[in-house]
Design a protein around this ligand. Structure first.
Ligand SMILES: Nc1ncnc2c1ncn2[C@@H]1O[C@H](COP(=O)(O)OP(=O)(O)OP(=O)(O)O)[C@@H](O)[C@H]1O
Ligand SMILES: [Mg+2]
Length: 157
């Protein structure tokens, strides 16, 4: 479990994710509306060295950024109900960039083969606090998680 006490902490963790991501890594962000998924993605983009503004791809499903250390594929599948398999997301999951999928848990059968899931939980009283659980699905995700946690522990010693 990771506790983030404010948006700045979320950005710090996101920067680490952006710095430690490797080509082909997949990250699923799960959590309620306003949990902080897009906020985290913006921080990840910064960590990758992307200066372009990251906009939520709610209606476009996918936005691709080629400017950073590795490509960022930002997806938001909140509005995808049926036929997710027709979207061609697999190509991104298997591509040379980092895929960040907001609401990726909704994909069910068309989830990536190997991915790290970050589950955001809001706090009942503290509006700025978030609790994160990191769940790994596959060996690639396991390594990704280890890299993130080792950097995170260093700055929080
Ligand atoms: N610790 C925190 N981490 C991230 N966001 C926070 C935090 N504390 C407060 N916030 C606020 O919560 C909101 C999160 O919005 P954001 O768009 O990132 O959520 P989301 O999970 O992408 O929502 P949606 O499901 O609607 O796309 C922002 O207004 C942000 O300022
Ligand atoms: Mg969002």
């Amino acid at each position: 479990m990771i506790t983030l006490k404010n948006p700045e902490a979320t950005e710090k963790l996101a920067a680490i994710i952006g710095k430690t991501a490797e080509p082909g890594d997949n990250l699923v962000l799960t959590g309620d509306l306003g949990a902080g998924k897009t906020t985290m993605t913006k921080g990840i983009a910064k960590g990758l060295g992307i200066t372009q503004m990251v906009k939520s791809p709610t209606y476009t499903i996918i936005r691709e950024y080629q400017e950073g250390r590795i490509p960022l594929y930002h997806m938001d599948v909140y509005r995808v109900e049926y036929g997710a398999s027709d979207l061609g997301l697999e190509e991104y999951f298997e591509g040379d960039g980092l895929s960040v999928i907001e609401w990726g848990n909704l994909l069910e059968d068309t989830l990536p083969e190997d991915y790290l899931e970050v589950i955001f939980t809001k706090d009942e009283t503290d509006l700025e606090k978030r609790t994160l659980a990191l769940k790994t699905f596959g060996p690639r995700a396991e390594k990704f998680k280890e890299r993130i946690l080792s950097e995170w522990e260093q700055i929080n010693e």
